[in-house]
Design a binder for this molecule. Sequence first.
Ligand code: DQA
Length: 149
Amino acid sequence: MALKIQIINGPNLNLLGKREPDIYGHITLEQIQKEVEKHSQKKNISVDFCQSNIEGEIVNKIQEIEDNAQGLIINAAAFTHTSVAILDALNTLNIPKIEIHISNIFAREEFRHKSMISKSVHGIICGFGLNSYILAVDAIENIIKNENR
Ligand code: DQA
């Protein structure tokens, strides 16, 4: 069975490309999705890529994953720093989970240094732009391969 990874993007990431390009670059979320799909296909991995500005919708999406995906990549955007609800939802999920950020949150304002959700994930990848997503796909694949060894 081909591996399936759920990728969840939080608020304002739909504005990538025009949103603070000095921080996030000029790439759009649609372009990121295409690049991630291209990379994943080569590995026989399918991805479900989604975005929401609404915290409850992200919680719903996490709850829906259950047996539908074998790994989760989440860029919770601003909710990273605030959301106990997303942390609690992640805690119910027993699959490999990677938190990612386009920017290096530790090189930015102090309020971005704290993540509410890190406690629940295998690891964090941040500061690599589009490559944060690509590296996370590889990380999930690696975790699963090692589990099956
Ligand atoms: C972000 C970093 C967050 O601090 C910010 O609120 C975002 C995007 C990133 O991908 O770099 O919206 O998650």
